[in-house]
Ligand binder design. Structure first.
Ligand SMILES: *Cc1c(COP(=O)(O)O)cnc(C)c1O
Length: 366
C-alpha cells in the first residue's frame, strides 16, 4: 500500500510469474514452459548483421516485416495480423478492446475455471466481471458449457494451461456460433505442440468474432525477446490498433521485429525443435505413468501430473527444488494435487525422471 498509488493500483492483484533462477545458478528449469532449444540460427544471423545506427529511428508501428512473415507462414493476409510486445500485451489489449465494462448490462467474460492465471488479473485490472466455467471430469473443457450463458466475451487457452488439454475445431466452432455477438479469444500459446497439429487460424475467414492469439515465446524459443501476435478478421485487428495507438504505438522494437520475422520464416528449424520436444514429452509422460502418476495426454510443451499414491504434489515440488529441479506448483484448490512440468531436453527429462523415481521409492519406504 502507498498513499502515492491510486485506488486501482492499491487494490491490484498482479500476476506472479514462475521463479527465474539467478544468473549462474545451475538448475534444471521446468517451471515456466520455456523452450530448451536456442532460437533459430537465422535469428543469430540477424543479430550479427544488425546495423546499430538503425536504433536512432523509431520502429515500424505495425511491424510490417514481421506480420508479413506470419501472414506467409500462416496463409492469411498481413491485414489479419497484429504484433505486440509478447502475447500478454496482446491479451491485455484484447480485454480492453473487445470486452465490455458496462454497468447497465454487467455481463461477464467467460473463462475456464482453471486456465491461464493472467486472465483474472486482466479482468480485475480492467474492471470486467468474470465468470469461471467449471471443467468437466478429467479437466476436460465442454464447449456446450459456453453456449447460452450471457457474456461480454470469452477467453480460452487451447491447449489449456495448466491442464495441457485441447478442444477441437468443431468445439471452437460451436462456441463461435453460439456467441455471434461476443469476441472469442483462442489463446494458442502452445498449439504448435499439438499432435496432430491444427489451428483455429483456419476459421478466421468464417468467424469475424474469432481472435487467435499466438506467441514467439514458447515454440520459437524467444521468450526473452517479447513478441506475440494476433490473427483475426480485419475488423478485430483494426480495433486492436486503435487500442495500441491509445497506449503505446511502438510495442515491438526494430531488433525484435527482425529477429522474430527471421525465426518465423525458418520453418524447418521450428519443425525440428517441435518434433524433438513432442518426442521427449511422450517419453516423460510414459515414464511418469509407469511410476503411477496420473496425467492427461498433453498437447503442449508441459504436462500436468498428479503424483502416485503416498506422494503429494507440494512435497514433491519442494524435494525436487532441493535437488535443483524447478517445476510449477499451484496452491489453487482443485489443482493443488498436481505439478506442471515443462518439457526440457531429453537429458534434463531423464534427470527429472531419475529424481522423481527416487522420491517415489523414498515415499514407499517411509
Ligand atoms: C506463456 C503464455 C502466454 C504469454 O506469452 P508471452 O511470453 O507474453 O508471449 C500467453 N498465454 C498462455 C496460455 C501462456 O501460457
Amino acid at each position: 500500500m502507498s498513499k502515492y498509488w491510486n485506488k486501482k493500483i492499491n487494490e491490484a492483484e498482479p500476476y506472479v510469474a514462475g521463479e527465474q533462477p539467478k544468473p549462474g545458478q545451475k538448475v534444471i528449469k521446468l517451471n515456466t514452459n520455456e523452450n530448451p532449444f536456442p532460437p533459430s540460427p537465422m535469428a543469430r544471423a540477424v543479430l550479427r548483421s544488425f546495423d546499430i545506427s538503425e536504433l536512432r529511428l523509431y520502429p515500424d508501428t505495425n511491424a510490417t516485416e514481421f506480420i508479413e512473415a506470419v501472414a506467409e507462414v500462416e496463409g492469411v493476409k498481413p491485414t489479419q495480423v497484429f504484433a505486440g510486445n509478447g502475447s500478454d500485451e496482446i491479451l491485455a489489449l484484447c480485454f480492453q478492446t473487445f470486452f465490455e465494462k458496462d454497468s447497465n448490462t454487467d455481463l461477464p467474460v467467460l473463462t475456464p475455471e482453471f486456465s491461464y492465471s493472467f486472465y483474472p488479473v486482466f479482468e480485475s485490472f480492467y474492471d470486467i466481471r468474470s465468470k469461471k466455467i467449471p471443467l468437466r471430469e478429467g479437466l476436460r473443457l465442454e464447449a456446450e458449457d459456453y453456449v447460452g450463458v450471457p457474456n461480454c466475451g470469452i477467453a480460452i487457452a487451447n491447449p489449456n494451461a495448466p491442464t495441457s488439454r485441447t478442444i477441437g475445431l468443431e468445439d471452437i466452432e460451436k462456441i463461435l456460433k453460439g456467441n455471434p455477438d461476443s469476441v472469442v479469444i483462442i489463446d494458442e500459446a502452445y498449439i504448435e505442440f499439438a499432435k496432430p497439429y491444427f489451428t483455429a487460424v483456419s476459421l478466421i475467414n468464417d468467424y469475424p468474432n474469432l481472435c487467435v492469439v499466438r506467441t514467439c515465446s514458447k515454440s520459437y524459443s524467444l521468450a526473452g525477446l517479447r513478441v506475440g501476435y494476433a490473427i483475426a478478421s480485419e475488423e478485430l485487428i483494426e480495433g486492436l490498433k486503435r487500442a495500441r495507438d491509445s497506449f503505446n504505438s511502438y510495442p515491438t522494437d526494430r531488433l525484435a521485429q527482425r529477429i522474430a520475422a527471421a525465426s518465423v520464416l525458418d520453418v524447418n528449424y521450428h519443425k525440428k525443435c517441435l518434433e524433438e520436444i513432442i518426442a521427449t514429452r511422450d517419453y516423460t509422460s510414459e515414464e511418469l505413468r509407469k511410476l503411477g502418476f496420473d496425467l492427461p495426454d498433453s498437447s503442449a510443451n508441459f504436462i500436468f501430473a498428479k503424483p502416485c499414491e503416498g506422494l503429494d504434489a507440494e512435497t514433491l515440488y519442494k524435494n525436487l527444488r532441493a535437488k535443483g529441479i524447478l517445476v510449477r506448483y499451484f496452491k489453487t484448490a482443485g489443482i493443488n494435487d498436481r505439478l506442471r512440468i515443462s518439457i526440457g531436453t531429453r537429458e534434463e527429462m531423464e534427470a527429472f525422471i531419475a529424481a522423481v523415481s527416487e522420491e517415489v521409492t523414498n515415499a514407499k519406504n517411509s
